[in-house]
Design a protein around this ligand. Sequence first.
Ligand SMILES: [Zn+2]
Length: 115
Amino acid sequence: MGHCKVCGTPLAGRVDKQFCDDACRSGFHNQKNREEDSFLLKVNKVLKKNRKVLAQCSRYQQPVLIQKLLDEGFKPGYCTKVELISKRKGYLYFCYDYGYKTINKKQVEILHEGA
Ligand SMILES: [Zn+2]
């Protein structure tokens, strides 16, 4: 016999039953949605921050030092779109409308889409 996933009440009846009542069922799903929402909010926050750093740093002389981006709080690995420029030139990584490509191990060039 199984137990309710929320309150632990022993469950009678169908073997695939997971909750003892509707309150436990909806409580479980609400909690799951809240966890998903908070995860999405965290990721969106990182992406927005990355976009802001790219926007700010693009005002300086290009190319920009990768270290400068990192110092401003940029988190590599978070982007909204990746475009292949060419096999030799590599990829463009976008955070919304701002993108960057690596020039060498230490520098990137930032560009603004639609600018
Ligand atoms: Zn329950």
